[in-house]
Design a protein around this ligand. Structure first.
Ligand SMILES: [Zn+2]
Length: 339
């Protein structure tokens, strides 16, 4: 069976991280949106870096930080500002859950001082890549360190053709912690402390930059609290198991995940899917930005629900402010859908 971008994500997370989800096998061809954009790097020498160069224990060049995928890049870039060079390994537009490392990735890690990852089993490609890079100087920052994991969210609903896709180890829990602004703050703090530990000469810059970003995360959290408390316990179904932390934080309910493989579609499959989803009496059905899918659309029509895009931020723009832009768009979507 060939999985679409969406199907892959769900298949992968659905089987291990959330054993209790609805696996509706729908035959479908979802849009894949493979558009690689810029790999933000900075190259100017800042006063801090020059100062760092004069400190005997610190290397003459700027600290080189490689990050795994978009949210890690956004948070690290926000904290590093211009005092460290920040690169991204998984190009925006590329699927992180099933990512295969390139020789360039190995080279980037081989010459880096710091590697920033989400952790929780998300970046499976790292294990071999880091080993192949053979960089004894490399410091790893696991941004999800200290975060309490979620493993079970949705009620059990097994339907026919549920795919067994157990070739990955998901004992680590659901990895999508960055989609909760409060947990994102913890990730930023972990990045800040990790950067300070490996590049103490620029401590002041890292602290100031992190404080600014954390303040913005705090006000984003306030906006979510205020807006979503008007419609508590809003139930929704998604096609990508990315929102359990967000749901827990703001008292929403992710009740099921629809698995979307690319396969021959039979009318019975569609009917089974529709019937299974109907049981949940959900208020909202979410897909992802840039995905135009006829089956999802017809499913939503059968359920008399509007299909709305909710952004997992696994791909997007490389400006650190993109996090707030995309999360505010998500908030607006949730507010409308949960009314
Ligand atoms: Zn995901």
């Amino acid at each position: 069976m060939i999985w679409t971008c969406i199907g892959r994500k769900i298949g992968k997370e659905g089987c291990g991280i959330l054993p209790l989800i609805t696996l509706l096998t729908l035959s479908i061809a979802a849009g894949c949106n493979q558009s690689n954009t810029n790999q933000g790097t900075t190259s100017q020498q800042s006063p801090q870096a020059q100062e760092a160069a004069s400190t005997p224990s610190v290397q003459a060049e700027k600290t080189k930080v490689v990050t795994t995928f978009l949210p890690m890049y956004l948070f690290t870039k926000a904290v590093a500002g211009n005092v460290a060079d920040v690169e991204i390994l998984v190009p925006p537009g590329t699927e992180v859950h099933e990512y295969q490392a390139t020789p360039e990735n190995v080279k980037a890690i081989a010459t880096a001082n710091v590697l920033v990852k989400n952790g929780l089993g998300l970046e499976e490609f790292l294990k071999d890549t880091v080993k192949n890079a053979q960089n004894p100087k490399l410091t790893e920052i696991d941004t999800s360190k200290g975060i309490k994991l979620l493993n079970e969210i949705s009620p059990v609903e097994e339907t026919a053709k549920a795919e067994k896709d157990h070739d990955h180890d998901h004992t680590a829990g659901n990895p999508h912690v960055w989609l909760d602004p409060v947990l994102a703050k913890q990730q930023v703090i972990n990045i800040r402390d990790g950067l300070i530990a490996s590049d103490p000469a620029n401590k002041a810059a890292y602290e100031a930059n992190a404080a600014t970003y954390i303040k913005e995360l705090d006000s984003l959290n306030g906006e979510f609290q205020q807006t979503l408390q008007k419609n508590p316990n809003c139930t929704f179904i998604t096609f990508h198991d990315a929102f359990p932390y967000l749901a827990q934080r703001y008292k929403l309910k992710q009740v099921a995940v629809v698995k979307v493989p690319e396969d021959q579609l039979s009318p019975t499959d569609v009917q089974n899917a529709v019937n299974a989803v109907k049981k949940y009496k959900v208020k909202a059905l979410f897909s992802e930005p840039g995905v135009d899918n006829k089956l999802l659309t017809s499913l939503s029509q059968d359920l008399k629900l509007t299909l709305r895009p909710l952004d997992s931020l696994e791909t997007g723009e490389t400006d650190p402010q993109y996090y707030f832009k995309a999360m505010r768009a998500n908030l607006q979507t949730l507010e409308t859908a949960c009314k």
